[in-house]
Design a protein around this ligand. Sequence first.
Ligand SMILES: Cc1cc2nc3c(=O)[nH]c(=O)nc-3n(C[C@H](O)[C@H](O)[C@H](O)COP(=O)(O)OP(=O)(O)OC[C@H]3O[C@@H](n4cnc5c(N)ncnc54)[C@H](O)[C@@H]3O)c2cc1C
Length: 439
Amino acid sequence: MKVAVVGGGPAGCVAAYTLRKLGHEPVLFETQDHVGGRTSQVQREGFNLGSGALFLMGGIYPHTNELLAELGRTGELVPWDADTQVLDDDGQRYRAKFDQVVSFLGMPVLSWRDKLRITAGVAKTFLSRGPRSCFDGAELAKWDTGDLDTWSRRVLGDRGTRYITEPYMGFLYAVPMSWLSPALFHAVLKQFHKLSLSVPKEGIGQISQWIVDATPHLELHLSTGAEKVAARPEGGYTLKAGGVSHEVDAIVMAPEPGVAADLLEGVAPDHSVRTLRECPYSDYAHVQVGYKTNPWPRFKASVALPASTPRAWGACVLQSHRHPSSVPPGGEGVGVYFYTPPLADMTDDEIVAAALDAITEVYGPAPHPDVVELFHYPRGLSIATPGHYARMDALHAQMPAGIHLAGDYFAHAGVEAAILSGERAARNAVAAAAGGGEG
Ligand SMILES: Cc1cc2nc3c(=O)[nH]c(=O)nc-3n(C[C@H](O)[C@H](O)[C@H](O)COP(=O)(O)OP(=O)(O)OC[C@H]3O[C@@H](n4cnc5c(N)ncnc54)[C@H](O)[C@@H]3O)c2cc1C
């Protein structure tokens, strides 16, 4: 079976890899001149900048781990000891470790009463039933009731919410908690003991390249965006990409959902196209700032997170701590990741100026940087608003025969969600062709 795969982010690359593994013929189309999508690396004057994704999250990324083991790449992950400072509104700083939720209990700003309340909430969440996976939309849909702000205040109390949930989820999704479903944080608390952070030695962008390298005889069309899809009367589809028509038996559609909606107009039901188009995304910006000589060689913490959100930024990350090869020897890089709501009122120049101010606030004075790169996406991160998972999961059954959707948006942003969705789409394509329907 010949299957077109649209989109060379982790979801599309894994779909192509899985199709080949199952004995089929994938043809991968990617608009850009490289694979990786929002995990891609960008090289600037000796700095290896992440255009998007920063880290993998250990045991809560089981599909990613299995895949990397299968590719023989597990040994190429560099652990990241994410020493964290939580910054209070009054400038006080508290130490924690991002991958050890329990360490947040050590913050002196929390009273014994707060700590008891939080411990009881975490213990109850851990011991009672709840989502087993952090990135499987179908599973998360079962636990998607209300919004995260309300859920967290009920489970961890107001101060647990302010000093744990807000900095934590602010770093991951950079939107107000009332916008989000509680299911992901619920799942994280249930698996807090499995959390650990790591980064491939040349950055997250390496993962898609590793997958493509491990897919023998892959027909890969880079710099070739899919433009149009039409059903053929005799079955299968014609996919036009880069001005050329390709006849295929099935399609795995793995670009962001707005692009999938455009391509599926007139092919999939109107209401499904509308659901894809309305899939919620956050406006997202981060600024990568590079110094060829490290201005703060003795600064200990890797990550600074505001306790609540009076600041425009949601996280500052020292890149040499995250993965040493991201900066030239003796240099340092800082990623300043912005909180979504203020971005709507900021120009790109204001975002860069706010990033430089944030760096001075967190780390102290620095000379003029050698590299300043702004990454600003009007649709940066797929976010799971209440009801999101079930809405997205229902799309699979609404697709016409031979069209299979993949992408992180079936859960929420995250490499694990993308990899899981790509594997599933490929397996479903094969099962459907064999007469087994959706698997
Ligand atoms: C700032 C930021 C930080 C992040 N941090 C993390 C993190 O630390 N850990 C983590 O796990 N995740 C993180 N993520 C999320 C992670 O990057 C995504 O979950 C992942 O990239 C999603 O993969 P995907 O394949 O679904 O989509 P994408 O990576 O968006 O890939 C889609 C691909 O489709 C291509 N495409 C679009 N239109 C067409 C077309 N017409 N024809 C052909 N190709 C097309 C695009 O060029 C792109 O390459 C972050 C994302 C951002 C933006």
